[in-house]
Design a protein around this ligand. Structure first.
Ligand SMILES: [Zn+2]
Length: 276
């Protein structure tokens, strides 16, 4: 499933296409949403935002289209009136005079009023968005020390969207490696400096991934390896999907373990279960 940085980049593309412009026509595939077509057509799109893995398309009249792509949903932007050649089902189309933003395959689409966002079943459970400018190291340290979270194993905590919105499996693996922490360790077991290192990794890696279109590895190493002919997919990550390959820090083979039903990748020499 795409994680926060991928959703944010998709939102950026959709915003380039429709934000700040009047949506001349809005179309929904679902019958239950048809009544909103008239209320949204002819209204300016004021912003396209993300909340973790969900997207909010805000209109100037206070209505907001909530969409969550899950595994299959995909936004495509194209010149107005064009359709891309795809087998996917079109679910939502927002057209202005020159461009169209088309959402395919997503099944979670709703139209909400501004005041309904805070009580929405999914949105109301989300923690702070990991990429939001207001999410800083102090906020992360506060959450790591919060009694709701401090006794949880980091492996499960990091992908819990009520702790932080926007982290998924690859970011979890990469953050734990860079912080030097084993997935089974709990915040309450860590020293202050380990908390700082973890908060730094949570701040840095999703932002770097957003800016570099998916690189969480050390950037100069990734660029050197690519300059030497390595494939992008082979150099993106410190440990994710690198089972059996040598750890970039210590040379030990990266291992794969199941964590909450998902494969986690880690270096057992670099990622500690103890205070340090
Ligand atoms: Zn290592």
């Amino acid at each position: 499933m795409p994680e926060g940085p991928e959703i944010r980049r998709a939102a950026d593309r959709v915003a380039e296409c429709i934000a700040g412009r009047v949506a001349d026509e809005v179309w929904f595939a679902f019958e239950r949403l048809k009544p909103f077509e008239r209320q949204l057509s002819g209204v300016e799109v004021s912003a396209v935002e993300t909340r973790g893995k969900a997207m909010l398309t805000r209109f100037a009249n206070g209505l907001v289209i909530y969409s969550h792509n899950q595994l299959y949903g995909r936004w495509i932007c194209c010149p107005a009136g064009e359709r891309t050649d795809t087998q996917r089902q079109l679910r939502l189309a927002i057209h202005n005079l020159t461009l169209s933003a088309l959402l395919y395959s997503a099944s979670e689409i709703e139209v909400l009023r501004e005041g309904e966002l805070a009580s929405h079943p999914f949105l109301s459970r989300l923690g702070p968005d990991v990429l939001h400018p207001a999410t800083d190291q102090a906020l992360l340290l506060e959450r790591l020390n919060d009694k709701r979270f401090r006794n949880r194993q980091l492996g499960g905590l990091l992908t819990d969207q009520s702790f932080l919105a926007g982290l998924g499996n690859y970011l979890r693996c990469e953050i734990l490696f860079v912080a030097g922490l084993h997935p089974r360790v709990r915040p309450v077991q860590l020293t202050e400096s380990q908390h700082f290192r973890l908060a730094d990794a949570i701040m840095q890696l999703p932002r770097q991934s957003y800016e570099t279109v998916g690189i969480t590895n050390d950037l100069s190493r990734a660029h050197e390896l690519m300059a030497a002919g390595a494939d992008f997919e082979a150099v993106r990550f410190w440990v994710f999907r690198r089972e059996g390959l040598p750890c970039y820090r210590c040379g030990e083979a990266v291992v794969k373990q199941l964590l909450g039903g998902q494969p986690a990748y880690l270096c057992l020499r670099c990622q500690l279960l103890t205070r340090q």
